[in-house]
Write a protein that binds this ligand. Structure first.
Ligand code: ZN
Ligand code: ZN
Length: 450
């Protein structure tokens, strides 16, 4: 089967053939239908975590947000049958310890992290093994699509667990969200659904537009000079609950400093190689003002039910966060796009697109991608503005047209793709014209097209 393997930190993941998994007696193998691409994958790819002895080993298959269908079931598994639809939290518990039995499998004594450890190869693979499946596998209703479910994990469930279970959130509270990547935008949507008021903070206006669409009442576009806590205090009087979704020292401090007395800070982002796991905090001020610092990690599988009920009722719509679906072959590129925080919302590998992964189409697509077109089945589409720019370039640069025609015909390139389809033949004609110098003939040809 094909899988995306971490071969060297910071080098593109390798898409390669790996052995098929077989189920342990307590495990199941699922055929992966979709898997989210997450900043945690990016951290693993960058080799972060060595400061906590938590560096992902080379040779690891990454991917920890799968949804799929069981295809092979271990003999000790009681509750799952082949064909069942399943989602899996990345924080796998064994199901036996006191934490698991009390509903806190996300901090299991013997827990393993799917896609981050040798014992748990990840789900950027056509099939993935889920250990201790009776405990870890969450049955999915048929009404939830695989892409929607992959959009749920881990960022959405992490945000949900943070706000619904960890923080003591009351409707009407102000929630500040620092950093509007996948987990931040999820937190905005969840906080809004739980009846809170939300102020979203980011450096990127596009992400704040998305935050507003997902229910943010206030958005705060900042630069490196902005005194974020002061502005939040001035705008909404301070936050009751504040989330650092990035794990950067400055956002962590801002999150704590923007709280009202008795406020709660929730740390969702893990730190980068700048902080190396340590951030200095205003402990005196936190003590004097009774500020709570909460860590929050994933979500126990036993709490998925309530989330699925909210999906069913339409209170939560994780699919709103899914901005792009790509085939497996595109995972290395999409991780690289996270280097400069270029991605918005949640991107998901859709394995039904994977038949397009290899061969000539990949070559055409990667050429097209250079000029910014959404390609190879990605659903992002090509913006009209970008298409007009490319169209003008095309008219000035004959003979590039055929690549774009091929892409527009075969990829879901959106309205921009269709526009280019009109412009590209003109480019081709002007190319022939300039080579042959047959102005009369070309004029007749143009007249026929016009
Ligand atoms: Zn346990
Ligand atoms: Zn994740």
């Amino acid at each position: 089967m094909k899988a995306a393997v971490l071969c060297e930190y910071g080098e593109p993941l390798s898409i390669e053939e790996v052995p098929e998994p077989t189920p342990d007696p307590h495990g199941v193998v699922i055929e992966t239908e979709a898997c989210g691409i997450c900043r945690s994958d990016w951290h693993a790819w960058q080799g972060h975590g060595e400061w906590a002895d938590d560096r992902v080993p080379l040779g690891q298959i990454l991917g920890h947000e799968p949804a799929g269908r069981a295809v092979a079931v271990g003999e000790q598994v009681r509750d799952i049958e082949a064909g069942d639809r399943i989602a899996v939290p990345f924080n796998l518990g064994r199901g036996h310890c006191g934490y698991c039995q009390n509903g806190h499998g996300n901090v299991c004594e013997h827990g393993i992290a799917l896609g981050f450890e040798e014992a748990a190869p990840g789900a950027f693979a056509e099939r993935v093994h889920v250990p201790y499946a009776d405990y870890n596998a969450v049955a999915l209703p048929e009404s939830v699509s695989p892409v929607e479910m992959a959009g749920l994990g881990c960022r959405f469930v992490t945000a949900y667990h943070a706000l619904a279970h960890r923080a003591d959130l009351t409707p009407g509270d102000w929630v500040a969200v620092h950093g509007c990547g996948g987990v931040g935008l999820s937190a905005v949507h969840v906080a809004d659904a739980l009846g809170a008021n939300v102020v979203a903070v980011d450096l990127d206006d596009d992400k704040l537009v998305a935050a507003r669409d997902l229910g943010a009442d206030e958005t705060l576009l900042v630069d490196s000079d902005t005194d974020v806590p002061t502005v939040i205090e001035a705008r909404v009087g301070g936050a009751d609950v504040s989330i650092d979704a990035l794990g950067i020292a400055e956002t962590c401090r801002n999150s704590i400093d923007c709280l009202r007395p008795r406020g709660q800070h929730v740390q969702l982002g893990l730190t980068t190689d700048e902080e190396r796991g340590e951030v200095s905090l205003p402990t005196d001020a936190m003590t004097m003002r009774e500020i709570t610092f909460l860590g929050s990690r994933g979500m126990p599988p036993s709490r998925y039910d309530e989330l699925l009920r909210m999906l069913d009722r339409g209170t939560l719509s994780p699919e709103k966060l899914v901005t792009n679906t790509v085939p497996l072959a595109k995972v290395p590129d999409r991780l690289a796009a996270m280097n400069d925080f270029e991605t918005t919302g949640i991107e998901v590998v859709d394995f039904s697109l994977s038949s397009q992964n290899f061969g000539y189409k990949t070559i055409i697509y990667s050429d097209v991608k250079l000029i910014g077109m959404s390609s190879d089945g990605s659903t992002g589409g090509l913006s009209l503005r970008r298409a007009i720019i490319i169209g003008l370039l095309l008219l000035a640069t004959p003979f590039v047209a055929f690549v774009l025609i091929a892409a527009a015909l075969t990829a879901d390139a959106g309205p921009g793709g269709w526009l280019l389809l009109v412009v590209a033949p003109l480019s081709l004609l002007s190319g022939i014209w300039s080579l042959t110098g047959d102005t009369d003939g070309m004029t007749r040809l143009f007249a026929r097209f016009a």
